[in-house]
Design a protein around this ligand. Structure first.
Ligand SMILES: *Cc1c(COP(=O)(O)O)cnc(C)c1O
Length: 397
């Protein structure tokens, strides 16, 4: 079916929740995707930080094929090995001691919110339920997670919101101090606000926040749905800062393209969930967990994590070098392979310009071009990006 016909059918049959670019992606390989007409694109979006191993990674494909031949799904009424193995792998490489699996980032955050409320409720009573979150944050599109999200545009029209969330500016400790009371159950935040325009947390702020939470026994929840699984050069972004959270959520890159989310916690917190208090039909599904386990192994044992770290440094430096020479580039910010370039103009037309050059990038908060390549990206592929970008950026003002 030609792209134009597909576009018309999409308009007829799909709810209008996305402004799509006029290409239809049919397959991918490595860090490239191919459209219906056979055109090749270098991918610096990777399904919004999902396709961590790029496309058709042999270990991931083999793991999915093997599991599909054996067992796609079994209820959580029974034990399945991929789920337990994945939990063990994540626990052994993190601060956490227990995992709960679900199917998306929003669901992982729902689990985190419920777990924090339950911890506070069981330990301190029903008046302790408030969660402090950040302005410009993004935690998902379910009712609780959009209520946690500190962006009006995401909340408008969905009122009444889930009560119990209060918002503070990012990187502002005194704002948190002012809101921290005996009602506070948790503070929830991203370590890089990616959807919010690629803003990196200040290390000293995170350290002080950790200490403040400890004083009040408020749980520190880090949303690593986007920053987790090697995106920023360490397996989890909190490792950069020498600070450990009480709860961490994962999604996006965790399954390398298979839908899966996870909520991880310390033992002290995790024990608040008991049989019947939280659940998910598909959560921890053997197929998704087998895929996630293959991604984990490629990262940790297959050296993809090291590559992500090296290429993250290389990308950051390459983008930084463009600041100054191009008048519409205001600033470059980011951590590892999560980089944003703030422009003085609307970035959306530039996304279309890049498409014509065979390059996928996206734009957040109107003015921030965002770069989220697969973690297997090579130096040559980054060089290609750095060749195309100045040509695109110099033609707009
Ligand atoms: C994408 C994202 C989510 C939501 O994940 P979904 O899988 O779309 O529900 C939550 N938090 C952060 C930080 C994200 O980037």
């Amino acid at each position: 079916m030609p792209t134009e016909e597909l576009r018309q059918d999409a308009e007829q049959y799909l709810m209008n929740t996305y402004a799509r670019l006029p290409i239809s992606i049919v397959r991918g390989h490595g860090s490239h995707v191919y459209d219906l007409e056979g055109r090749e694109y270098l991918d610096f979006v990777s399904g919004i930080a999902v396709n961590a191993l790029g496309y058709t990674h042999p270990d991931l494909v083999a793991a999915i094929q093997k599991q599909a031949r054996q067992l796609l799904h079994a209820s959580n009424l029974y034990y399945t090995e991929p789920q337990v193995k994945l939990a063990q792998a994540l626990v052994q490489r993190s601060f956490a001691r227990k995992a709960f699996f679900c199917n998306s980032g929003a669901e992982a955050n729902e689990a985190a919110i419920k777990l924090a409320r339950r911890y506070a409720h069981l330990k301190y009573g029903p008046d302790r339920y408030e969660i402090i979150t950040m302005l410009q944050s993004f935690h998902g599109r379910t009712m609780a997670t959009l209520s946690a999200t500190g962006q009006e545009t995401i909340q408008t029209g969905y009122e009444p919101l889930v009560p119990g969330f209060t918002y503070v500016p990012f990187n502002d400790l005194s704002a948190v101090e002012q809101k921290m009371t005996s009602k506070t159950a948790a503070v929830m935040l991203e370590l890089v606000q990616s959807e919010g325009g690629v803003h990196v947390i200040q290390p000293s702020y995170l350290k002080d926040l950790r200490e403040l939470c400890r004083q009040f026994d408020a749980l520190l929840i880090v949303d690593e749905v986007q920053t987790g699984m090697g995106r920023t050069g360490t397996l989890f972004a909190y490792e950069h800062f020498g600070v450990q959270p009480d709860i961490m959520t994962l999604g996006k890159g965790l399954g390398g393209g298979m839908p899966i989310g996870a909520c991880l916690a310390t033992d002290e917190v995790a024990i608040m969930f008991t049989p019947g208090t939280h659940a998910s039909t598909f959560g921890g599904n053997p197929l998704a967990c087998a895929a996630a386990l293959a991604v984990f192994r490629a990262l940790v044992e297959g050296r993809v994590l090291e590559q992500s770290q090296r290429m993250g440094d290389y990308l950051a430096k390459g983008l930084q070098d463009l600041v100054g020479s191009l008048p519409i580039v205001k600033e470059v910010r980011g951590l590892g392979l999560l980089q944003g370039m703030e422009l003085t103009i609307d970035g959306n037309p530039l996304v279309t310009d890049c498409l014509a050059w065979g390059l996928l990038v996206n734009c957040v908060m109107q003015r921030v071009l965002r770069f989220l390549p697969p973690l297997i990206i090579t130096q040559r592929e980054i060089d290609r990006l750095l060749e195309i970008l100045p040509q695109v950026l110099s033609k707009r003002r």
